[in-house]
Design a protein around this ligand. Structure first.
Ligand code: NAD
Length: 295
């Protein structure tokens, strides 16, 4: 079986790697606009790198994309459509608008293939360990065929509904998490300024009603001021932009999400575009009325 993987960034690299380890019945062909990435990947995993989207996609039964945003997906779709085979199943793991997922679904169907929007949650660690959560929109039959492959890098794969439903689910995930992280930053800063042993406070709270994935996995980094890892401020700002556009088209009010989006713009202005977005903590420390606190 031939599988084309396009986009070998922080997430796509590992996804393609898990597929390559499936064995010799699987022929993994990779492409990234950054040529060295394809070469580096092929040096580490059994698979082949090619020099264009069309040559990766040609004769592939499955196409897997993990791209930064709508813009790159649109470019890849344009280059791929001439080569997508009949009944090919395209699984897009990029976080994009629901609109482009819908439009791409129609374009891919028109050339005889199937398009599934399958954004992920779980971060780079989840991709590396193969424990991502994947929320899929699109044709149910295509989903059933794709599920075992997605399962090589995900521990939870759910079909959420028609085209676009995966992206809408991911947006819901982001809405639910942004306020949590800001609240954690405020709580940690408050405890620190109150002179408490903050690590002990976190340890006590982890068993209580305020516990969260963020508290479990990010509180230590936020306390030590280490942000050089993970899901960047830039990517989270992109996701919040997608969420707010979608909410506005639906007439839904998301005041906390919008506010945290502005706080992340502050982090960006502080030089934190590439930091993990839990660097909301850094903004919290610096923007205090009585002056910055230390990490
Ligand atoms: P990334 O920027 O590290 O990787 C994207 C890759 O796509 C890059 O290697 C880039 O060169 C490649 N690319 C860009 N244009 C291309 C084109 N025309 N053809 C082929 N390749 C092209 O991004 P990432 O962190 O791997 O994230 C990928 C997607 O997953 C994003 O939509 C992101 O929002 C989402 N996501 C990321 C994380 C995370 O923790 N990094 C978590 C959840 C979801």
């Amino acid at each position: 079986m031939r599988i084309a993987c396009l986009g070998l960034g922080r997430m796509g690299w590992h996804m393609a790697g898990h597929l390559a380890n499936l064995g010799e019945d699987y022929n993994i062909v990779v492409f990234d606009v950054v040529e060295e990435l394809g070469d580096q990947w092929a040096a580490e995993f059994p698979g082949t790198t090619v020099d264009s989207v069309a040559s990766a996609v040609a004769d592939a039964q499955f196409i897997i994309t993990s791209l930064p945003s709508d813009k790159e997906l649109a470019t890849v779709v344009k280059e791929a459509l001439v080569a997508v085979g009949q009944e090919a199943i395209w699984i897009d793991h990029s976080t994009t608008s629901a609109k482009i997922a819908l439009e791409t679904g129609i374009e891919v169907s028109a050339v005889g293939g199937h398009f599934l929007d399958g954004p992920v949650s779980g971060g780079v660690d989840g991709a590396r360990r193969g424990t991502l959560s994947v929320m899929v929109g699109g044709d149910q039959n295509a989903f059933v065929q794709a599920e075992p492959l997605i399962g090589t890098y995900a521990s939870r794969v759910r079909h959420m509904g028609p085209s676009g439903a995966g992206q809408l689910t991911k947006m819901t995930n982001q809405i639910c998490v942004v306020g949590l992280c800001q609240a954690l930053a405020e709580g940690l800063d408050f405890a620190s300024r109150a002179g408490l042993d903050v690590e002990k406070v976190v340890e006590a709270m982890l068993q209580g009603s305020s516990t969260s994935w963020q508290m479990e996995n990010r509180a230590d980094k936020m306390l030590s001021g280490e942000y050089d890892f993970g899901f960047s401020t830039t990517l989270m700002r992109k996701d919040i932009g997608l969420v707010l556009d979608q909410a506005s088209s639906m007439g839904v009010s998301l005041p906390v999400t919008a506010l945290v989006g502005q706080f992340l713009a502050d982090v960006d202005a502080m030089g934190g575009a590439g930091w993990d977005w839990c660097s909301l903590m850094e903004r919290q420390r610096r923007f205090a009325p009585d002056g910055p606190s230390s990490s």
